[in-house]
Design a protein around this ligand. Structure first.
Ligand code: LLP
Length: 426
């Protein structure tokens, strides 16, 4: 059940994370509750960095931008891929060095670009239109902006269509065939300096072949871009390395990814006699398996199926509903018991699609049991909402056998925060 997850275990029939009893955590902090193991994040980061010792790792903040987690990664030496002004704000708060941040995005506001330029952040430009906007901003701020272009390499990453970003039909990036002309255009501009090239082909990719394919295409472009006089300081190949969510699922390790792409990268840079920095932007790999979501069973209903109603729904974990994503379920207070029946685990949201796990073999489930949903550290809390008038739950961080709150649970007041009632309605 805990395949690959050596930070989790079972003690006295209870699930543990980072050596801490999940049942005790739920009693102390209440449910629903996100619980993250700090040492797992550090270990994942070090494993990734270890496979790419000469590369810079820009953690994809969108996966989980809780400040404590960004602080851990800043202390580990990570840079950041940010996709909004809010993520940039958080990355800077975590004291991630501005020269190790790349501002990405396919539809940035002028205000976001102004912020990036003011803070001296490099921008990955997604269109010619954006280049023009950025130029004006750089002129007004009387500064030079270092940029990359986000390339659409047109590779199929064999992942869920909603998270495949490098297909030619995708909204992201500059079409492969137009890349050289946009670099030529940028080279001619006074306040813009093209110094990088960027792609990201998709997420939860379980095969290294698409990465190798994208690297080959990118290195062909590196060759051409180099020829027209661009002095590349970096080549950013994005994130996307998948993790095993399902029992028995196999995912490539960072070293397997390195074996697939480094020879292509190194051969090309060597033959061109250039030494750009390689940048990678993993999000999921760093944080996904560090975190569980604990939820209490409100009710067990025997209807057309056996429904286990818990106190967390797609308000707190959208992935199963949005991508048909599979997350392992453990009954945290019966973690040593064998399955005895088949259950579907559903949330409290007023939508029939609010199903977090379908037809799972579980030990006998009863009201009051504690459900742990595994591998929710990436795109879990960061995609949560207050839908159905549900304040968001707390997040905790486990370190050295102790848990600390890293985000307090929201209150009813938080549901109303920032709302303003026109006086005629009072
Ligand atoms: N770089 C860029 C430019 C990205 O857009 C992304 C993710 C990453 C890096 C990090 O990718 P990762 O290593 O985490 O796969 N919400 C979806 C995933 C969306 C990914 C968006 N972009 C999910 O829950 O599966």
């Amino acid at each position: 059940m805990f395949q690959h997850r050596d930070h989790m275990g079972i003690e006295n029939g209870h699930l543990t994370i980072g050596g801490v009893d999940a049942v005790a955590l739920a009693e102390k902090f209440g449910t629903p509750l996100y619980v993250t193991d700090e040492s797992r994040i550090r270990a994942n980061y070090r494993r990734f960095k270890g496979a790419f010792p000469d590369a810079d790792i820009y953690y994809a903040a969108k996966a989980n931008y809780n400040l404590a987690i960004l602080n851990i990664l800043a202390l580990e030496g990570a840079g950041a891929d940010v996709f909004s002004d809010g993520e940039l704000f958080c990355a800077l708060k975590a004291e991630i060095s501005p020269d190790k941040i790349l501002f990405n995005g396919n539809s940035k506001t002028d205000a976001e670009l102004e912020m990036a330029v003011r803070e001296g952040i490099r921008v990955s430009v997604d269109s010619l239109d954006e280049l023009q906007t950025l130029l004006k901003i750089a002129e007004v701020q009387r500064t030079e902006v270092e940029i990359a272009f986000r390339v659409n390499p047109d590779v199929s990453p064999k992942t869920h269509p909603k998270i495949a970003t490098g297909l030619k039909t995708s909204k992201f990036g500059i079409p492969h065939a137009e890349v050289i002309s946009v670099y030529k255009e940028a080279l001619a501009l006074r306040n813009i300096k093209p110094v990088g090239i960027h792609c990201h082909i998709g997420s939860q990719i379980l095969d290294v072949a698409p990465f190798a394919d994208a690297t080959r295409k990118m290195m062909e472009l590196v060759d051409q871009v180099n020829r027209i006089g661009v002095e590349l300081k970096f080549v950013d190949l994005g994130g996307g390395l998948g993790v095993p969510y399902k029992p028995g699922e196999k995912a490539p390790s960072p070293s397997e990814l390195a074996d697939a792409i480094l020879p292509v990268f190194e051969e090309c840079t060597k033959s061109l006699g250039i030494a750009p920095k390689l940048i990678l932007e993993p999000g999921r790999y760093i944080v996904a398996d560090s975190t569980i979501l604990l939820a209490r069973v409100n009710t067990v209903k025997r209807a057309y199926k056996n429904f286990v109603g818990i106190d967390a729904g797609f308000n707190l974990l959208l992935r199963p509903v949005m991508y048909d994503a599979y997350h392992n379920i453990v009954i945290a207070n019966k973690a040593d018991q064998s399955p005895s029946d088949t259950y579907s685990v559903v949330g409290p949201i007023c939508e029939s699609g609010d199903v977090l796990a379908s037809d799972r073999r579980l030990p006998k489930v009863e009201k009051g049991d504690l459900i742990a949903i595994l591998d929710v550290g990436a795109y879990g809390f960061s995609m949560s909402s207050q839908y159905n008038g549900r304040p968001r739950c707390a997040e905790t961080l486990v370190c050295d056998g102790r848990a600390k709150i890293i985000r307090k649970s929201e209150s009813y007041d938080d549901l109303l925060r920032r709302q303003v009632i026109p006086s005629r309605l009072k």
